[in-house]
Write a protein that binds this ligand. Sequence first.
Ligand code: HEM
Length: 505
Amino acid sequence: REPGLPPGPPTIPLLGNLHHFETRGMYLKLTEWAKMYGDIYSLKFGPTPSIVISSPKLLREYVDMHGATTSDRPPVYVAELVSGGFELPLTRYGETWRIMRKAAHDMISKEACNRHLPIQRAEASQLMFDLVGSPQHFYTHLYRYSASVITSVVYGVHCPKYHDSFVEQFDHFTMRLEAALRPGNSPPVDMFPILKRLPEFVAPWKTRCKEVRKQQREIFFGMLDLVIERLKNEQGNECFMEYVVERQKHYNLDREMLGYLGGSLLQAGIDTTAIFLQSMVACIITHPHVQLRAQQEIDDVIGPDRTPDFPDIENLPYIRALINEVHRFCPVAPTAIPHASTTDLRLGEYFVPKESIIFLNTWGIYRHEDYYENPDVFEPDRYVKSEFGTKPGVDPTGCRNDFVFGGGRRRCPGSHLANNSIALNAMNLLWAFNFSRAKDPVTGQLIDVDLNDVNKEAILLVQKPFKCQITPRSEGRAKMIQAQFEAAKGTFQQFEGRIISLTEE
Ligand code: HEM
């Protein structure tokens, strides 16, 4: 470890800290080290220095306020093999990133998101309708919801079902992509670039990347061509990709960027929102007192005679607290996406060289005992008692409720779209249904759900599949859901285009 770097776990020659780095459940290891070495500490991945930031105050000082110098991404060779550096979340900080980010911003900024409310409302009606019909398939219903909102907004295509459809194919493709990119599934090429020269017959990870690249391009460019064709035939439906295709010159986007722009939004927007909703259901089942209080609030403010709508969230402080607590307790991206420095940095008493990796330890921040009372307990009430859920007397500098969306200039541009989806569905689901533990059909025993039982292999924080019972709160509510879904069909019509299959030429 070079002098000037923050302290950290002892290193060994050549590997640095690589030998005891845990890729499974990495956020837990990063947080364990934060408890030992402090809110900023350093690690060495081979020759590459990295720092880990684990407090609101330092995140603000060192990332949010140093946006110009901390917004790069570390090079990830496997990601370059797959998408040639064009996938927006992993694109290096430079002209390509700027062009693509600007276009994405024009579609999903806070103001632009108002245009997407009708389709989100219609999709949320279908989600409730699907849950009334086959509650046991809630996993795929939530995923379909999330996918269809993104495909409608980005490509103008509604996805009415999960099975045997684009949605299912995309879900499976995402698993293959994640397996190709997962740290640990390829040797540490970024630290030891000589490994890039390994021929394919001794490097099966290269073959995997090539295959995933082919499939990804089929999806991304297939969807793009669908939009171009629709425009040619004057059958446009005012989706985002039509808008940018028509202004391709204005944005300075070439075909490669266009393909990956839409694709990046698919990739970044679908899983994340679906995972949040799954985690929310798990938190509700495991905390019946929270469900009761949330339903009580909804009943008092909205009543049984209408379904909730976007503006209602302003009058539902407990539902807002519940959402914040789910983000805190089950952060979808527990280590965000690593940033990298583009210049040497002086951070307080430390010196961090150019091209260091910067980890935003979201999990560690949300479980920080100096900020949160009993951080390992799920308790939405903390956000009712204080704006940032923090304990009394905490200095609120840097505190916010959206650490889960990252920070600085790379902060998630989809947070407004995601927040609208999350708020509407949280209100709808609690208005419409009772959630409880499922019964084992053989023993009749209630099946426990363990919030700590997450898929440690995954990059995002995903609950392992769990069972639960979802029942409409009354016959009247089920009927209202049916009527609302019928009414939503008018909105879907606009987005009812042909959707290509991955296997189609
Ligand atoms: C609950 C839902 C979501 C969560 C938790 C989430 C979280 C994140 C995080 C942590 C990052 C990295 C931020 C950083 O580097 O500091 C990110 C980046 C990104 N997200 Fe999201 N996201 C969500 C939904 C969405 C949606 C709905 C979209 C688009 C439709 C989206 C598009 C993106 C894009 C394009 C990036 C890359 C930004 C860049 O590198 O400049 N996300 N997201």
